[in-house]
Design a protein around this ligand. Structure first.
Ligand code: HEC
Length: 130
């Protein structure tokens, strides 16, 4: 048996581990966190009964900040931020909205990295459904 026979599967396993490490969020846990902490103000999925104090987050992953919900009056701060919501920008914004976008009306930071990862995985899992 040659070493080479094992190399390809080993590399695939390592790539899998690396991909997992880069995106460790758990979408199911993210949904649970969203229901508890965000849904009073936001909808993430059509028909989830979320509140309208904040803009709809249906399809938020991949869209430009401050434009997605046409019925919502976004702050000029968020509209002017020119952010596009992806894992990196959501990570920064959710960690501290008021610092990332000074003047935003989004009041709630998500202090725990794991909760942010889970929320991002949840939003990502919904991407492309709209
Ligand atoms: C008390 C109400 C409230 C809660 C709770 C809340 N938000 Fe918000 N959120 C807002 C408001 C209001 C805005 C609009 C901010 C602006 O226009 O500057 C917003 C904006 C956002 C945006 C940007 C949306 C866009 O279309 O660009 C994201 C993402 C977001 N919130 C995520 C969350 C998450 C995740 C949670 C739960 C951890 C949460 N919010 C909890 C009120 C809330």
């Amino acid at each position: 048996m040659s070493v080479r026979m094992f190399t390809a599967p080993l590399i695939l396993v390592l790539i899998g581990v690396a991909a997992y490490a880069a995106n460790p969020g758990d979408a199911v846990a993210g949904k649970a966190y969203f229901t508890q902490m965000c849904k009073q103000c936001h909808t993430a999925e059509d028909g989830d009964g979320g509140g309208e104090i904040g803009p709809s987050l249906v399809g938020v992953f991949g869209r430009t900040a401050g434009v997605g919900d046409t019925r919502f009056s976004y702050t000029p701060a968020l509209q002017g931020s020119k952010l596009v919501w992806n894992a990196a920008t959501l990570e920064r914004f959710l960690a501290n909205p008021a610092v990332t976008v000074p003047g935003t009306a989004m009041p709630l930071p998500v202090p725990d990295q794991k909760d942010r990862d889970n929320l991002i995985a949840y939003f990502q899992s919904l991407a492309g459904q709209h």
